[in-house]
Each structure stands twice: as structure tokens, then as C-alpha cells.
Design a protein around this ligand. Structure first.
Ligand SMILES: Cc1cc2nc3c(=O)[nH]c(=O)nc-3n(C[C@H](O)[C@H](O)[C@H](O)COP(=O)(O)OP(=O)(O)OC[C@H]3O[C@@H](n4cnc5c(N)ncnc54)[C@H](O)[C@@H]3O)c2cc1C
Length: 377
């Protein structure tokens, strides 16, 4: 990878920072804290108007800058993350109608798409999903869907769910899966909220005799695993190492304001966070750079996601330790150090090691696909 400073990307960073200064207002941030919904429609549409929901339109260096700055500023961007990764997966694996109808609306900021992969008994081993899709035998070509999905983040704001289903029970599990893009207003879909430790809202979604036309299918019947591989690589590559930069900014500001910056131990710990963040940034850049050259960075995406989330958990714990007992005061509480951002980072970092594949799963991918070690699962 060429690590030279990319002047165009740095110019873009300045433009983006001015945009975020204007749009990520205190109201936007407080609304996220109050509702747990890490999305803001006004901001999302403003990002789309500038063409910033489209990573291919941006180019890899600018895309990295965008991911970094969104996270660094605490921009509520969960909707942005899932919508753009499904849009790009549809560009590769969708039908002509999905590419011309759905993708422009997603990248134009009009609608969101959520991910319906995980189930109560299928998280890490997502190929074990039990939600069934059965063809209707009346010649219509329609499908009937039945099942339950866990952690369908943004389902309550989405127009579609990108739904992983089982279509064949008579073949090995990876070969009996099919993906559908299902409108959320279809009869038979129910959404229930889950509040998480990290403060964000996610959902359980239920599908009871949901009837959809075959035009909702994405990829071949029983060919869902191939589509999933593309979608998962996009998701892991988007690992937000920027969250840790935000924590460092806030922790450093606290150390300066409180005078603790004078302590060598405080400076050593802050420097350690900066170093770990730099490694996360470079891994993420490499993954995007590979992608920009036409590769699918499966192992590199896992490396970036694993490092960013594990390092964030380690460094946020260290910052809590540095601050001391008041570090557990939350955002909104009087005298919360760093306005509660370090405390929030500590809770959020635990969750980051779980979604988009747990650390154990990322290690297995790196071991098997990167290092050629024997399969452990
Ligand atoms: C906040 C949040 C948002 C999420 N959003 C979405 C979403 O929008 N859409 C969606 O579909 N899913 C979503 N998920 C689900 C997420 O992808 C799963 O939680 C994750 O894949 C882990 O699955 P699980 O929770 O079933 O845990 P399990 O798979 O049951 O894992 C439990 C533990 O066992 C370990 N483990 C499991 N298998 C292995 C193995 N083979 N080798 C070694 N260790 C193993 C895991 O690492 C973990 O520590 C979200 C999760 C969270 C917490």
C-alpha cells in the first residue's frame, strides 16, 4: 500500500469537517442518547445530497476519511452503514430492478435497509438460520417466509430488510440459503425493541406467513451464502476505528482541563491509546485500499475489525482506570468526566466486539483464510 498523504482526501477531510460541524448539533447527539437510535434522517439526507453515501463514488481514501470523521465526531451513522453496504451488495448481486429501483433510493438517502441475518440460535454460525422461505405452489412464483430474527438494528426505521432464509433442508447448511429484500410494510412482519448495554437500540423481528414475490429474491435460490460473503466483507471493512479517536480526543481534553496531563503516567497512557488507534487506522486503510484495487478484503477486513474493537475495549478500560471512580458517571450526569464519553466508549466497546462477527470468529477467519491453518469449526 502507498501510505503517502493523499492531498485530495485531506482536502475532502476539511470539507467534511465543516459539514459535520454544521450538521452534528447538540440536538442530534442528545436525540441519540435519548432514543438509542443511532440515525438522524436530516443528517442522513444531507450526507446523501453530497453523494457521501456512495463509497464507490468517493474512492477508497475519501471513504476512509468519511468513516473516520463520522465516528470521530459521534455522527449517528448506523443507518448509513447498513444501507450503503446492502446497496453495494445489490450492485453486485441484485436483479436489474433492484439495481435501478432500490439502490438509487438507498444511496439517495430516501430509505434505509436493515440486516436480517442473526437468529436466537444462529449468530456466529449464521449459516444455521432456521427462518424458512417456501415457494407457494399456485404457480405465482411467490414465497412464504416464517421465522424470527435477533438484533435487526434499524428495523424500526427501514423500508426493507435484507433477509437470510433457509430454502433447502436436504443439502449441507451453507448450500440451502437464499437472500430476500423484503419490504418492511409487508403483512406479517412485527418489530420489537431491544435496549443494549452500549446504549443503542436494536430489535427482534418476527415473520409470520409473510408472502413476497420472487422479484424480492437476491441471488440464486440456495445461493445465499455467496451473496453473504460479499455483504460481510463490506460490513467488516467499515469497522469504525474512529470511535476510539473520539474517545482519545475527549480523554485528552479532560486530562488537559483537569491538569492530570502533567502526570507522566497519564501522558504515557494517552500515548498508548494514540498508538493503538494508529494501528487500527492503518489496518482499515489497507483494507479499503485493497478494495479500491478491485479485491474483496475478507482477511484484511477481519484484521481491521478485530484490532479496532479489541483495542477499543482495552484502551477504554485503561482510560476509565486513569480517570478513577468518577469515570463511571454517565453523559448527562453532573461532573461526568469528559462529558461521559469515556464511560460510553467503555460500554460501547464491549458491543463492538460482538456485532459484524465476534472476535473469536474474526480470529478463525484470519487463521484459516489468511494463515492457511486447519479449520476449527
Ligand atoms: C448491538 C448489536 C447489533 C447487531 N446488529 C445486527 C444486525 O443489524 N443484523 C444482524 O443480523 N445481526 C446483528 N447483530 C448480531 C451479531 O452479528 C451477533 O450477535 C454475533 O454474530 C454473535 O452471535 P450471537 O450473539 O448469537 O453469539 P454466539 O454465536 O452464540 O456466540 C457466543 C460466544 O461463543 C463464541 N463462539 C461462537 N462460535 C464460536 C466458534 N466457532 N469458535 C469460537 N468461539 C465461538 C462467540 O465468539 C461468543 O463469544 C447485532 C448484535 C449486537 C450486539
Amino acid at each position: 500500500m502507498d501510505f503517502a498523504r493523499d492531498e485530495r482526501a485531506e482536502q475532502f477531510r476539511l470539507e467534511l469537517r465543516a459539514f459535520l460541524d454544521e450538521h452534528v448539533t447538540v440536538d442530534v447527539i442528545e436525540r441519540v442518547h435519548d432514543t438509542g437510535t443511532v440515525h438522524d434522517w436530516g443528517l442522513h439526507k444531507a450526507l446523501a445530497e453530497r453523494g457521501w453515501l456512495d463509497r464507490f463514488g468517493l474512492g477508497p481514501a475519501e471513504y476512509n476519511v468519511l468513516v473516520e470523521e463520522l465516528a470521530r465526531t459521534g455522527t449517528p451513522a448506523d443507518g448509513w452503514g447498513t444501507a450503503e453496504l446492502v446497496a453495494h451488495t445489490l450492485q453486485i448481486a441484485g436483479t436489474d430492478a433492484q439495481r435501478t429501483d432500490v439502490v438509487p433510493r438507498v444511496l439517495g438517502g430516501e430509505i434505509l435497509v436493515c440486516l436480517g441475518y442473526s437468529e436466537p440460535d444462529a449468530g456466529s454460525d449464521v449459516a444455521s438460520v432456521a427462518t424458512r422461505a417456501v415457494p407457494v405452489s399456485d404457480g405465482s412464483g411467490d414465497w412464504i417466509l416464517n421465522g424470527q430474527k435477533m438484533f435487526t438494528t434499524m428495523a424500526h426505521e427501514s423500508a426493507y430488510v435484507f433477509l437470510l432464509t433457509r430454502t433447502n433442508l436436504n443439502v449441507p447448511k451453507h448450500r440451502g440459503l437464499t437472500l430476500f429484500l423484503v419490504p418492511m410494510d409487508t403483512t406479517g412482519i412485527e418489530v420489537r425493541a431491544i435496549e443494549t448495554l452500549g446504549g443503542e437500540r436494536t430489535n427482534i423481528t418476527f415473520y409470520t406467513d409473510v408472502r413476497v414475490p420472487d422479484s424480492c429474491r437476491v441471488g440464486d435460490v440456495d445461493g445465499g451464502w455467496e451473496v453473504m460473503k460479499t455483504a460481510l466483507a463490506f460490513e467488516r471493512q467499515a469497522a469504525a476505528h474512529g470511535d476510539a479517536s473520539r474517545m482519545l480526543d475527549r480523554a485528552e481534553a479532560w486530562a488537559r482541563a483537569s491538569g492530570r496531563i502533567a502526570e507522566p503516567d497519564a501522558r504515557r497512557r494517552l500515548a498508548r491509546v494514540a498508538l493503538e488507534n494508529e494501528v487500527g487506522k492503518l489496518l482499515s486503510w489497507r483494507s479499503s485500499w485493497l478494495h479500491g484495487r478491485g479485491g474483496l478484503p475478507v482477511v484484511e477486513g477481519s484484521m481491521a475489525k478485530l484490532w479496532a474493537s479489541e483495542s477499543f475495549r482495552r484502551t477504554s478500560a485503561d482510560m476509565i482506570d486513569l480517570i478513577g471512580p468518577t469515570a463511571v458517571l454517565q453523559h448527562g450526569e453532573a461532573d461526568a468526566p469528559a462529558d461521559g464519553w469515556v464511560e460510553h466508549a467503555f460500554r460501547h466497546s464491549q458491543v463492538m466486539t460482538i456485532y459484524a462477527g465476534t472476535s473469536e470468529i474474526q480470529r478463525s477467519i484470519i487463521a484459516e483464510r489468511g494463515l492457511g491453518l486447519p479449520r476449527s469449526r
